[in-house]
Design a protein around this ligand. Structure first.
Ligand SMILES: NC(=O)C1=CN([C@@H]2O[C@H](COP(=O)(O)OP(=O)(O)OC[C@H]3O[C@@H](n4cnc5c(N)ncnc54)[C@H](O)[C@@H]3O)[C@@H](O)[C@H]2O)C=CC1
Ligand SMILES: O=C(O)C(=O)Cc1ccc(O)cc1
Length: 369
Protein backbone atom coordinates (compact mmCIF):
# COMPACT_ATOMS: atom_id res chain seq x y z
CA UNK A 1 0.00 0.00 0.00
CA UNK A 2 1.19 3.49 -0.78
CA UNK A 3 1.76 5.59 2.31
CA UNK A 4 3.50 8.88 2.76
CA UNK A 5 4.85 7.49 6.06
CA UNK A 6 7.41 5.58 4.06
CA UNK A 7 9.08 9.04 3.76
CA UNK A 8 10.66 8.40 0.36
CA UNK A 9 7.44 8.89 -1.56
CA UNK A 10 7.38 10.62 -4.95
CA UNK A 11 5.14 13.52 -5.97
CA UNK A 12 4.49 14.93 -9.38
CA UNK A 13 3.28 18.50 -9.96
CA UNK A 14 1.57 19.68 -13.12
CA UNK A 15 1.76 23.45 -12.69
CA UNK A 16 4.19 24.95 -10.21
CA UNK A 17 2.80 28.42 -9.53
CA UNK A 18 1.63 30.02 -6.29
CA UNK A 19 -0.28 26.99 -4.98
CA UNK A 20 1.71 24.16 -6.60
CA UNK A 21 4.94 25.84 -5.52
CA UNK A 22 3.70 26.32 -1.95
CA UNK A 23 2.63 22.67 -1.62
CA UNK A 24 5.91 21.48 -3.15
CA UNK A 25 7.87 23.68 -0.72
CA UNK A 26 5.90 22.30 2.24
CA UNK A 27 6.51 18.71 1.09
CA UNK A 28 10.22 19.47 0.67
CA UNK A 29 10.43 21.05 4.17
CA UNK A 30 8.38 18.45 6.05
CA UNK A 31 9.48 15.37 4.07
CA UNK A 32 13.06 16.06 3.03
CA UNK A 33 13.55 12.52 1.66
CA UNK A 34 10.63 12.77 -0.77
CA UNK A 35 11.23 13.13 -4.50
CA UNK A 36 9.41 15.86 -6.41
CA UNK A 37 9.01 16.01 -10.18
CA UNK A 38 7.32 18.97 -11.82
CA UNK A 39 6.09 20.06 -15.21
CA UNK A 40 5.16 23.65 -15.96
CA UNK A 41 4.91 25.50 -19.27
CA UNK A 42 6.93 28.24 -17.58
CA UNK A 43 10.60 27.19 -17.67
CA UNK A 44 11.60 29.97 -15.27
CA UNK A 45 9.42 28.49 -12.52
CA UNK A 46 11.00 25.06 -12.98
CA UNK A 47 14.55 26.43 -13.02
CA UNK A 48 13.89 28.50 -9.89
CA UNK A 49 12.43 25.45 -8.08
CA UNK A 50 15.47 23.33 -9.06
CA UNK A 51 17.80 26.08 -7.85
CA UNK A 52 15.86 26.34 -4.56
CA UNK A 53 16.17 22.57 -4.08
CA UNK A 54 12.38 22.31 -3.95
CA UNK A 55 12.07 19.88 -6.87
CA UNK A 56 14.43 17.10 -7.92
CA UNK A 57 13.44 16.89 -11.58
CA UNK A 58 12.03 19.36 -14.09
CA UNK A 59 9.95 17.56 -16.70
CA UNK A 60 9.83 18.79 -20.28
CA UNK A 61 6.37 17.29 -20.82
CA UNK A 62 3.71 15.13 -19.22
CA UNK A 63 5.30 11.72 -19.80
CA UNK A 64 6.61 8.36 -18.67
CA UNK A 65 8.57 9.86 -15.73
CA UNK A 66 5.24 10.34 -13.89
CA UNK A 67 4.74 6.56 -13.62
CA UNK A 68 6.86 6.48 -10.42
CA UNK A 69 4.60 9.01 -8.66
CA UNK A 70 2.69 8.08 -5.49
CA UNK A 71 0.78 11.38 -5.73
CA UNK A 72 0.17 13.74 -8.64
CA UNK A 73 -0.99 17.29 -7.86
CA UNK A 74 -2.80 19.16 -10.62
CA UNK A 75 -1.97 22.82 -9.93
CA UNK A 76 -2.33 24.47 -13.33
CA UNK A 77 -5.37 26.69 -14.08
CA UNK A 78 -8.56 24.57 -13.99
CA UNK A 79 -9.21 24.47 -17.74
CA UNK A 80 -5.65 23.22 -18.33
CA UNK A 81 -6.12 20.48 -15.71
CA UNK A 82 -9.27 19.24 -17.40
CA UNK A 83 -7.62 18.94 -20.80
CA UNK A 84 -4.47 17.18 -19.53
CA UNK A 85 -6.35 14.36 -17.72
CA UNK A 86 -6.32 11.83 -20.55
CA UNK A 87 -2.59 12.38 -21.10
CA UNK A 88 -1.80 12.02 -17.37
CA UNK A 89 -3.93 8.86 -17.08
CA UNK A 90 -1.62 7.09 -19.56
CA UNK A 91 1.30 7.37 -17.12
CA UNK A 92 -0.40 6.89 -13.72
CA UNK A 93 0.46 3.68 -11.88
CA UNK A 94 -2.46 1.76 -10.34
CA UNK A 95 -1.51 2.99 -6.83
CA UNK A 96 -0.99 6.64 -7.75
CA UNK A 97 -3.37 9.14 -6.16
CA UNK A 98 -4.42 12.08 -8.32
CA UNK A 99 -5.49 15.33 -6.68
CA UNK A 100 -6.03 18.95 -7.70
CA UNK A 101 -6.14 22.37 -5.98
CA UNK A 102 -8.88 24.09 -7.98
CA UNK A 103 -11.22 26.59 -6.34
CA UNK A 104 -14.31 24.86 -7.82
CA UNK A 105 -14.85 21.12 -7.59
CA UNK A 106 -17.94 20.09 -9.64
CA UNK A 107 -16.16 20.57 -12.95
CA UNK A 108 -13.05 18.52 -12.17
CA UNK A 109 -15.17 15.75 -10.61
CA UNK A 110 -17.20 15.60 -13.84
CA UNK A 111 -14.04 15.32 -15.94
CA UNK A 112 -12.53 12.72 -13.58
CA UNK A 113 -15.69 10.61 -13.83
CA UNK A 114 -15.59 10.86 -17.62
CA UNK A 115 -11.92 9.86 -17.69
CA UNK A 116 -12.64 6.81 -15.46
CA UNK A 117 -10.24 8.06 -12.78
CA UNK A 118 -12.62 8.30 -9.82
CA UNK A 119 -11.13 5.38 -7.78
CA UNK A 120 -7.84 7.30 -7.81
CA UNK A 121 -8.96 10.89 -7.30
CA UNK A 122 -9.46 13.12 -4.27
CA UNK A 123 -10.30 16.73 -5.02
CA UNK A 124 -8.31 19.22 -2.95
CA UNK A 125 -8.58 22.91 -2.19
CA UNK A 126 -6.27 24.74 0.19
CA UNK A 127 -8.30 27.60 1.65
CA UNK A 128 -5.31 29.86 1.52
CA UNK A 129 -3.73 31.92 -1.14
CA UNK A 130 -3.12 35.47 -2.03
CA UNK A 131 -3.83 38.04 -4.70
CA UNK A 132 -0.43 37.18 -6.21
CA UNK A 133 0.44 34.42 -8.64
CA UNK A 134 3.48 32.42 -9.72
CA UNK A 135 6.15 30.23 -8.17
CA UNK A 136 8.06 33.34 -7.14
CA UNK A 137 5.35 34.16 -4.59
CA UNK A 138 4.99 30.61 -3.27
CA UNK A 139 5.87 29.81 0.33
CA UNK A 140 5.63 26.91 2.78
CA UNK A 141 3.83 29.15 5.27
CA UNK A 142 0.85 29.55 2.95
CA UNK A 143 -0.54 26.19 4.09
CA UNK A 144 0.16 26.57 7.79
CA UNK A 145 -3.01 26.32 9.86
CA UNK A 146 -5.14 26.75 6.75
CA UNK A 147 -8.15 24.55 6.11
CA UNK A 148 -7.52 22.22 3.18
CA UNK A 149 -10.80 20.85 1.82
CA UNK A 150 -10.77 17.30 0.42
CA UNK A 151 -13.56 16.01 -1.83
CA UNK A 152 -13.01 12.26 -2.33
CA UNK A 153 -14.91 10.46 -5.06
CA UNK A 154 -17.54 8.04 -3.75
CA UNK A 155 -15.65 4.98 -5.03
CA UNK A 156 -12.28 5.67 -3.44
CA UNK A 157 -11.13 3.49 -0.53
CA UNK A 158 -11.12 4.79 3.07
CA UNK A 159 -7.51 3.67 3.33
CA UNK A 160 -6.45 5.98 0.51
CA UNK A 161 -8.50 8.86 1.94
CA UNK A 162 -6.84 8.43 5.38
CA UNK A 163 -3.39 8.30 3.84
CA UNK A 164 -3.91 11.50 1.87
CA UNK A 165 -5.56 13.27 4.79
CA UNK A 166 -2.49 12.48 6.88
CA UNK A 167 -0.18 13.77 4.19
CA UNK A 168 -2.07 17.09 4.10
CA UNK A 169 -2.06 17.35 7.91
CA UNK A 170 1.68 16.62 7.95
CA UNK A 171 2.19 19.79 5.88
CA UNK A 172 0.67 21.94 8.64
CA UNK A 173 -2.75 22.34 7.01
CA UNK A 174 -6.11 21.26 8.48
CA UNK A 175 -7.84 18.69 6.27
CA UNK A 176 -11.63 18.88 6.06
CA UNK A 177 -13.64 16.32 4.08
CA UNK A 178 -16.72 17.55 2.19
CA UNK A 179 -18.66 16.40 -0.85
CA UNK A 180 -17.84 18.41 -3.94
CA UNK A 181 -21.35 19.90 -3.90
CA UNK A 182 -20.96 21.09 -0.29
CA UNK A 183 -17.57 22.49 -1.19
CA UNK A 184 -18.88 24.53 -4.12
CA UNK A 185 -21.71 26.05 -2.08
CA UNK A 186 -19.54 26.90 0.93
CA UNK A 187 -16.74 28.43 -1.12
CA UNK A 188 -19.22 30.40 -3.21
CA UNK A 189 -20.32 32.08 0.05
CA UNK A 190 -17.01 32.63 1.81
CA UNK A 191 -14.63 33.11 -1.11
CA UNK A 192 -16.24 33.57 -4.52
CA UNK A 193 -18.95 36.09 -3.54
CA UNK A 194 -16.47 38.21 -1.51
CA UNK A 195 -14.20 38.43 -4.57
CA UNK A 196 -17.15 39.61 -6.69
CA UNK A 197 -18.10 42.16 -4.01
CA UNK A 198 -14.52 43.44 -3.67
CA UNK A 199 -14.25 43.92 -7.43
CA UNK A 200 -17.66 45.71 -7.47
CA UNK A 201 -16.54 48.12 -4.74
CA UNK A 202 -13.31 48.95 -6.54
CA UNK A 203 -15.18 49.44 -9.83
CA UNK A 204 -17.68 51.69 -8.04
CA UNK A 205 -14.88 53.94 -6.84
CA UNK A 206 -13.29 53.87 -10.30
CA UNK A 207 -16.58 55.13 -11.80
CA UNK A 208 -17.46 57.59 -9.00
CA UNK A 209 -14.12 59.26 -8.40
CA UNK A 210 -13.42 62.81 -9.55
CA UNK A 211 -10.88 63.41 -12.34
CA UNK A 212 -8.41 64.39 -9.58
CA UNK A 213 -8.79 60.91 -8.07
CA UNK A 214 -9.51 62.14 -4.53
CA UNK A 215 -11.33 58.94 -3.50
CA UNK A 216 -8.37 56.85 -4.63
CA UNK A 217 -6.01 59.17 -2.79
CA UNK A 218 -7.74 58.99 0.56
CA UNK A 219 -8.98 55.37 0.46
CA UNK A 220 -7.96 54.24 3.92
CA UNK A 221 -7.45 51.01 5.87
CA UNK A 222 -11.03 49.74 5.77
CA UNK A 223 -11.35 50.10 2.00
CA UNK A 224 -7.94 48.54 1.48
CA UNK A 225 -8.75 45.65 3.85
CA UNK A 226 -11.92 44.61 2.09
CA UNK A 227 -10.66 45.16 -1.46
CA UNK A 228 -7.17 43.60 -1.30
CA UNK A 229 -8.52 40.55 -3.13
CA UNK A 230 -9.69 42.73 -6.04
CA UNK A 231 -6.03 42.61 -7.16
CA UNK A 232 -6.31 38.85 -7.82
CA UNK A 233 -5.87 37.21 -11.22
CA UNK A 234 -8.82 38.19 -13.47
CA UNK A 235 -8.44 34.97 -15.48
CA UNK A 236 -8.72 32.81 -12.37
CA UNK A 237 -11.81 34.63 -11.11
CA UNK A 238 -13.40 34.60 -14.55
CA UNK A 239 -12.94 30.79 -14.57
CA UNK A 240 -14.36 30.45 -11.04
CA UNK A 241 -17.48 32.45 -11.97
CA UNK A 242 -17.91 30.41 -15.14
CA UNK A 243 -17.64 27.07 -13.31
CA UNK A 244 -19.54 27.88 -10.08
CA UNK A 245 -22.03 30.33 -11.56
CA UNK A 246 -25.18 28.75 -10.14
CA UNK A 247 -24.02 28.88 -6.52
CA UNK A 248 -22.50 32.35 -6.83
CA UNK A 249 -25.57 33.74 -8.57
CA UNK A 250 -27.93 32.31 -5.90
CA UNK A 251 -25.93 33.83 -3.06
CA UNK A 252 -25.54 37.09 -4.98
CA UNK A 253 -29.32 37.27 -5.18
CA UNK A 254 -29.58 36.96 -1.36
CA UNK A 255 -26.84 39.53 -1.00
CA UNK A 256 -28.63 42.00 -3.29
CA UNK A 257 -31.79 41.58 -1.16
CA UNK A 258 -29.80 42.37 2.00
CA UNK A 259 -28.23 45.42 0.30
CA UNK A 260 -31.71 46.65 -0.69
CA UNK A 261 -32.94 46.18 2.89
CA UNK A 262 -30.11 48.17 4.38
CA UNK A 263 -30.53 50.85 1.70
CA UNK A 264 -34.17 51.20 2.79
CA UNK A 265 -33.11 51.67 6.42
CA UNK A 266 -30.55 54.28 5.41
CA UNK A 267 -33.14 56.11 3.27
CA UNK A 268 -35.68 56.18 6.11
CA UNK A 269 -33.01 56.86 8.78
CA UNK A 270 -34.02 53.76 10.76
CA UNK A 271 -31.70 54.25 13.70
CA UNK A 272 -32.47 51.00 15.56
CA UNK A 273 -32.40 48.64 12.50
CA UNK A 274 -29.15 50.30 11.39
CA UNK A 275 -27.63 49.70 14.82
CA UNK A 276 -28.86 46.08 14.84
CA UNK A 277 -27.44 45.52 11.35
CA UNK A 278 -23.93 46.59 12.33
CA UNK A 279 -24.10 45.02 15.79
CA UNK A 280 -25.18 41.58 14.52
CA UNK A 281 -22.37 41.64 11.97
CA UNK A 282 -19.83 42.75 14.60
CA UNK A 283 -20.82 40.04 17.11
CA UNK A 284 -20.81 37.29 14.49
CA UNK A 285 -17.53 38.46 12.94
CA UNK A 286 -15.88 38.60 16.36
CA UNK A 287 -16.98 35.01 17.01
CA UNK A 288 -14.84 33.83 14.04
CA UNK A 289 -11.66 34.46 16.01
CA UNK A 290 -12.83 32.34 18.97
CA UNK A 291 -12.46 29.10 17.01
CA UNK A 292 -9.65 27.01 18.49
CA UNK A 293 -8.25 26.21 15.05
CA UNK A 294 -8.36 27.81 11.66
CA UNK A 295 -6.86 30.77 9.93
CA UNK A 296 -8.53 33.66 11.79
CA UNK A 297 -6.79 33.73 15.12
CA UNK A 298 -7.44 35.99 18.07
CA UNK A 299 -4.63 38.51 18.07
CA UNK A 300 -3.49 40.69 20.92
CA UNK A 301 -2.38 43.97 19.46
CA UNK A 302 -2.36 47.71 19.92
CA UNK A 303 -1.78 50.60 17.54
CA UNK A 304 0.45 53.51 18.42
CA UNK A 305 0.81 56.88 16.73
CA UNK A 306 4.43 57.41 15.85
CA UNK A 307 6.38 60.18 14.19
CA UNK A 308 7.56 59.29 10.69
CA UNK A 309 11.26 59.59 11.52
CA UNK A 310 14.24 57.25 11.88
CA UNK A 311 14.39 55.46 15.21
CA UNK A 312 10.69 55.87 16.13
CA UNK A 313 9.99 52.15 15.81
CA UNK A 314 13.22 51.16 17.58
CA UNK A 315 12.36 53.45 20.51
CA UNK A 316 9.08 51.62 21.15
CA UNK A 317 10.66 48.18 20.72
CA UNK A 318 13.33 49.16 23.24
CA UNK A 319 10.82 50.45 25.83
CA UNK A 320 8.81 47.22 25.58
CA UNK A 321 11.93 45.04 25.78
CA UNK A 322 13.14 46.92 28.88
CA UNK A 323 9.83 45.98 30.54
CA UNK A 324 10.09 42.32 29.47
CA UNK A 325 7.15 42.55 27.09
CA UNK A 326 7.70 40.16 24.18
CA UNK A 327 6.65 41.31 20.72
CA UNK A 328 5.20 38.75 18.32
CA UNK A 329 4.94 41.07 15.36
CA UNK A 330 5.60 44.75 14.70
CA UNK A 331 5.02 46.91 11.66
CA UNK A 332 3.91 50.28 10.39
CA UNK A 333 0.49 50.41 8.75
CA UNK A 334 0.46 53.02 6.03
CA UNK A 335 -3.10 54.19 6.46
CA UNK A 336 -2.02 57.77 6.56
CA UNK A 337 -0.12 58.34 3.39
CA UNK A 338 3.02 60.47 3.61
CA UNK A 339 2.35 61.55 7.16
CA UNK A 340 2.98 60.18 10.61
CA UNK A 341 2.51 56.43 10.79
CA UNK A 342 0.56 54.04 12.92
CA UNK A 343 2.64 51.30 14.44
CA UNK A 344 0.88 48.00 15.01
CA UNK A 345 2.39 45.85 17.74
CA UNK A 346 1.16 42.30 18.31
CA UNK A 347 1.83 40.43 21.55
CA UNK A 348 1.77 36.77 22.52
CA UNK A 349 -0.47 37.33 25.53
CA UNK A 350 -3.58 39.37 26.25
CA UNK A 351 -2.05 40.63 29.52
CA UNK A 352 0.73 42.40 27.57
CA UNK A 353 -1.81 44.80 26.08
CA UNK A 354 -2.61 46.56 29.35
CA UNK A 355 1.00 46.56 30.52
CA UNK A 356 2.25 48.05 27.23
CA UNK A 357 -0.56 50.58 27.19
CA UNK A 358 0.29 51.85 30.67
CA UNK A 359 4.01 52.16 30.00
CA UNK A 360 3.69 53.77 26.58
CA UNK A 361 0.90 56.15 27.65
CA UNK A 362 3.06 57.31 30.54
CA UNK A 363 5.71 58.21 27.98
CA UNK A 364 3.26 60.30 25.95
CA UNK A 365 2.33 57.87 23.17
CA UNK A 366 -1.28 57.71 21.87
CA UNK A 367 -2.57 54.16 21.88
CA UNK A 368 -5.55 52.66 20.04
CA UNK A 369 -7.07 49.18 20.22
N1 LIG B 1 -4.39 31.89 -6.04
C1 LIG B 1 -4.98 31.48 -4.96
O1 LIG B 1 -5.04 32.19 -3.98
C2 LIG B 1 -5.57 30.10 -4.95
C3 LIG B 1 -5.71 29.35 -6.12
N2 LIG B 1 -6.25 28.10 -6.09
C4 LIG B 1 -6.37 27.33 -7.32
O2 LIG B 1 -5.08 26.93 -7.68
C5 LIG B 1 -4.97 26.80 -9.08
C6 LIG B 1 -3.68 27.46 -9.53
O3 LIG B 1 -3.68 28.79 -9.08
P1 LIG B 1 -2.34 29.57 -8.75
O4 LIG B 1 -1.30 28.67 -8.23
O5 LIG B 1 -2.77 30.74 -7.95
O6 LIG B 1 -1.96 30.06 -10.21
P2 LIG B 1 -0.53 30.45 -10.77
O7 LIG B 1 -0.77 31.24 -12.00
O8 LIG B 1 0.32 31.03 -9.70
O9 LIG B 1 0.05 29.03 -11.17
C7 LIG B 1 -0.39 28.26 -12.24
C8 LIG B 1 0.83 27.59 -12.87
O10 LIG B 1 0.39 26.70 -13.88
C9 LIG B 1 1.25 26.83 -15.00
N3 LIG B 1 0.55 26.34 -16.18
C10 LIG B 1 -0.35 27.00 -16.96
N4 LIG B 1 -0.78 26.18 -17.94
C11 LIG B 1 -0.15 25.00 -17.77
C12 LIG B 1 -0.16 23.77 -18.46
N5 LIG B 1 -0.92 23.57 -19.54
N6 LIG B 1 0.64 22.78 -18.02
C13 LIG B 1 1.44 22.95 -16.94
N7 LIG B 1 1.51 24.09 -16.24
C14 LIG B 1 0.71 25.10 -16.65
C15 LIG B 1 1.61 28.30 -15.02
O11 LIG B 1 2.78 28.52 -15.77
C16 LIG B 1 1.77 28.61 -13.53
O12 LIG B 1 3.10 28.37 -13.09
C17 LIG B 1 -6.22 27.44 -9.68
O13 LIG B 1 -6.98 26.42 -10.22
C18 LIG B 1 -6.93 28.09 -8.51
O14 LIG B 1 -8.32 27.90 -8.62
C19 LIG B 1 -6.62 27.51 -4.91
C20 LIG B 1 -6.47 28.20 -3.72
C21 LIG B 1 -5.97 29.54 -3.66
O1 LIG C 1 -6.22 36.21 -0.91
C1 LIG C 1 -7.16 35.74 -0.28
O2 LIG C 1 -7.48 36.14 0.85
C2 LIG C 1 -7.92 34.63 -0.85
O3 LIG C 1 -9.10 34.58 -0.71
C3 LIG C 1 -7.12 33.62 -1.59
C4 LIG C 1 -7.86 32.51 -2.17
C5 LIG C 1 -8.20 32.55 -3.51
C6 LIG C 1 -8.83 31.50 -4.10
C7 LIG C 1 -9.15 30.40 -3.36
O4 LIG C 1 -9.76 29.36 -3.96
C8 LIG C 1 -8.83 30.31 -2.02
C9 LIG C 1 -8.16 31.38 -1.44
Amino acid sequence: MRTFMKSDFTCGFIGLGLIGGSIARAIRDFHPKSRILAYDINQEALQAALADGVINTALSAIGEELSVCDYIFLCAPVSENDSSLSEIKKYMSSTCLLTDVGSVKADIHRHIQKAGLSPQFIGGHPMAGSERTGYINSKTLLLQNAYYILTPCADISQEVICDFRELIASLGAIPLILTYKEHDYVTAAISHLPHVVAACLVNLIRQSDSPRGIMKLVAAGGFKDITRIASSSPVMWQQICLTNGENISGLLEDYIVSLSQIKEEIDRAGAEPLYQFFDQARVYRDSFTDASSGPIKKSFSIRIDIADEPGALAAIATILALHQISIKNIGITHNREQADGVLQVEFYEESSIQKAEEILSSKGYSIYH
